[in-house]
Design a binder for this molecule. Structure first.
Ligand SMILES: Cc1cc2nc3c(=O)[nH]c(=O)nc-3n(C[C@H](O)[C@H](O)[C@H](O)COP(=O)(O)OP(=O)(O)OC[C@H]3O[C@@H](n4cnc5c(N)ncnc54)[C@H](O)[C@@H]3O)c2cc1C
Length: 489
């Protein structure tokens, strides 16, 4: 284990009436948080570096009666990688690229490899990951566990559609190779399965060919929600990526206003110096802002904007600036990972942290449902600080969050005073979304109840997931705070 320690350190006390009591090492007890810093849990933290150590940890969990949660970079907004009073298996120590073929674009990597390491390995050879999240700090294991989507979900599907195969280590100790044609049921369930069926120990993916390190970006203003959604639907087929910023502080005729960013890859010959733009140094975001402030301190300057009227002013200024249409070239890094530009921006929300509420709605019902949601948040005095829209298509993964429609992600600041009323408001949101045929993403919302999950997933899907879990994890060793909340609550 970490530092080469094995389980011999555990003192196994003499068995009492056939029961073995195990003293757990207090130095392993660690408080872990979700990305949004709105949740906290104490767990015994271990960092295995190979399959044998993972197996040993499962054996130990079975012996001690503790549950195990897998954790990548811990960038899920909710309790997906938290395990109150249990073991957390941090897989970031398994971070080797195992094979890379620049001719075919096929890469095999351990689960702790981050998207940052992935793109930095493949871009200089003329490739880019087919799907990335809005931060490059996530790990491949975590990305498959949630089946992440990018700003190209409507075109490329989720990351799982680009996985050729993976090796799964089950809590029983069995190792299985899974692909769409081999152990296919497990392939489609483990990807999206929230780390509840087994551990990805090796992942093989196909990258996308690139002819430049730049994207051609169009910025288009949209004046209200109807226009916002219509423009996404009309424009998406013409672009490789589509993402919208939504000003959730605006009401009345400006409800849902914002700006779309539509981007295309450059074709062969369009970039005069592709060798240069595909270098890692060309993509890397600068360490200072305006050439002066270290980026790591920027969140301090954002603190005053915790006050909602100030934040509404920022949104208005941003919207006014966005009214000028613009076309420009931007590096992949800057386009995809804008949030990484301000490290620790999550701390700007203050002690209570933030909740991200993301709903996915069919294109036929999105306008009415989100009009209701946005009005409700304004009326409740809890408007969102940041709204992001995307276009999606359905996929075949068991716990899929995608629909033929759109998603809207809303960030809410949590304070001691707002936690309870926000919980009530988000329960109302859930009802509006599920009544409109919508779905949720298990990497984001932290308020989803078992009833809501059952309603959007359907009883058959939940039963299939539980049957697979009984097969791969018969002793029910894998659990997380998310799993207990949503599937056993
Ligand atoms: C700023 C920001 C922007 C984001 N943008 C997007 C976005 O654009 N699109 C999107 O889809 N998501 C987005 N996310 C969410 C993020 O991509 C997911 O939560 C992702 O799962 C986080 O990866 P991680 O390595 O941090 O995993 P963790 O959060 O640590 O874990 C995620 C899940 O994967 C499981 N898991 C981890 N490792 C393994 C393994 N080896 N085997 C099996 N299961 C495992 C865990 O048990 C857990 O259930 C964003 C998050 C942030 C903070």
């Amino acid at each position: 284990m970490e530092g080469g320690q094995r389980f011999s350190q555990f003192k196994i006390l003499p068995s009492i009436k056939n029961m073995t009591t195990i003293t757990l090492p207090s130095e392993r007890l660690t408080y872990l948080e979700n990305f949004g810093h709105s949740l906290r849990a104490a767990s015994y933290l271990y960092k295995p570096t190979n399959a044998e150590e993972i197996s040993d940890l499962f054996k130990f969990a079975k012996q001690s009666g503790l549950k195990v949660t897998l954790r990548g970079a811990g960038r899920s907004y909710n309790d997906a990688a938290l395990n109150s009073s249990g073991i957390v298996m941090d897989l970031t120590g398994m971070n080797k690229i195992l094979a890379w073929n620049p001719e075919t674009g096929i890469i095999t990597a351990e689960p702790g490899v981050t998207l940052e390491k992935l793109w930095q390995t493949v871009l200089p050879d003329g490739w880019w990951p087919p799907v990335v999240s809005g931060t490059m700090t996530t790990t491949l294991g975590g990305c498959l566990g949630m089946n992440i989507h990018g700003k190209n979900n409507f075109r490329m599907g989720p990351i799982g559609e680009h996985v050729q195969e993976f090796i799964a280590l089950l809590p029983t100790g069995a190792e299985l190779t899974c692909s769409p044609t081999k152990n296919g049921d497990l392939f489609y369930a483990m990807i999206s399965g929230m780390g509840m069926l087994g551990v990805f120990t090796s992942i093989t993916l196909k990258m996308k060919k690139m002819y430049s390190g730049l994207l051609q970006v169009n910025a288009v203003p949209v004046t209200n929600l109807k226009m916002h959604l219509q423009a996404i639907e009309d424009e998406a087929p013409k672009y490789d990526y589509t993402v919208g910023w939504l000003d959730a502080t605006a009401g009345g005729s400006g409800l849902g206003r914002g700006q779309l960013h539509l981007a295309n890859y450059l074709h062969e010959g369009e970039d005069p110096d592709p060798k240069k733009t595909m270098q890692v140094a060309y993509q890397t975001l600068p360490a200072t802002m305006f050439g002066v402030f270290p980026k790591s301190s920027i969140h301090y300057f954002m603190t005053p904007f915790r006050i909602m009227p100030l934040w509404a002013m920022v949104n208005t200024a941003k919207y006014v600036a966005s009214l000028r249409k613009g076309t420009y070239r931007q590096s992949h890094g800057a386009f995809h990972f804008l949030l990484d530009y301000v490290p620790k921006w999550d701390l700007a929300y203050g002690k209570g942290g933030l909740i991200q509420y993301q709903s996915f709605l069919p294109k036929e019902t999105a306008l009415d449902a989100w009009t209701e949601l946005l009005k409700l948040s304004l009326k409740s005095g809890m408007p969102s600080y940041l709204g992001v829209t995307k276009r999606h298509r359905p996929d075949k993964f068991l716990l899929s969050h995608a629909v033929d429609g759109f998603s809207l992600a809303l960030d809410f600041r949590v304070t001691n005073g707002s936690r309870a009323p926000m919980h009530s408001m988000l329960q109302e949101f859930d009802k509006i979304v599920t009544d409109a045929g919508g779905r949720f993403y298990f990497a984001k919302n932290s308020e989803t109840t078992p009833e809501t999950a059952l309603k959007f997933l359907g009883a058959e899907t939940v039963a299939r997931f539980k049957a697979l879990k009984a097969r791969t994890d018969p002793n029910n060793l894998l659990e997380s705070d998310l799993y207990r909340r949503v599937f056993e609550g």
